[in-house]
Write a protein that binds this ligand. Structure first.
Ligand code: HEM
Length: 181
């Protein structure tokens, strides 16, 4: 726990690792549910008049599963590579969680009630989720360009964040500087 407090990257890595695996389970379960709707030839899902619902729920499943993998990838990145500045880490974390909720949630809600070929109002959540994802990916990409090839030790500790390296002793000034803000 002391290591966690001295390096917020460890906390965020664990949080996203947990979030990713639980969310993957959730959206795989949705995949099984879709499979059942196919298996029992349920008209509410398979009738051509319900094409919009099928598309929306398939998109919810696909985006949910893939975004779960993004969380897991992000958690691994934090452990092995100091990919982002600590000041933006909180934003990245919230944006990723928002994207994982709003993108698939919006698709799913858009398929619950729909109007001919148009999805329901829930679809309005999708662009908000997409924006969250774009912001998170931008901040992560930007964070990677702040990192020098030789790793976090060569950078200002104010900016560096490396999960797996937390086990290595860092200079006293650095331990203070990288505490969560
Ligand atoms: C990491 C795991 C998974 C990923 C990334 C994934 C991704 C996708 C994608 C991208 C599609 C859309 C394909 C298309 O329409 O062209 C899809 C469809 C589908 N997936 Fe998955 N999937 C995963 C696991 C599963 C599991 C475990 C099940 C359950 C058995 C499942 C059931 C389905 C079904 C039934 C469809 C078709 C829905 C339809 O067209 O009515 N998926 N999946």
């Amino acid at each position: 726990m002391i290591a966690n407090r001295s390096n917020p990257g460890v906390d965020y890595a664990s949080r996203h690792m947990r979030f990713g695996w639980w969310s993957l389970l959730c959206f795989l379960t949705l995949g099984f549910a879709l499979e059942l709707l196919h298996g029992f030839k349920v008209g509410l899902y398979l009738d051509t008049s319900n094409d919009t619902r099928r598309l929306m729920w398939t998109l919810a499943h696909a985006h949910g599963t893939l975004l779960s993998l993004v969380h897991i990838l992000f958690a691994i990145s934090l452990r092995v590579f100091p990919i982002t500045a600590s000041s933006s880490l909180k934003t990245v974390s919230w944006c990723l969680a928002g994207a994982s909720t709003l993108l698939p949630g919006g698709f799913f809600a858009g398929g619950v009630q729909f109007y001919d070929g148009d999805p329901g109002l829930g679809i309005l959540l999708v662009p908000i989720g997409a924006t969250c994802l774009a912001v998170a990916v931008f901040l992560i990409a930007h964070g990677t360009s702040l990192v020098s090839p030789s790793g976090p030790q060569s950078r200002s500790d104010d900016q560096a964040l490396g999960g797996s390296r937390s086990s290595q002793p860092s200079p006293p000034t650095g331990r203070k500087a990288i505490r969560s803000r």
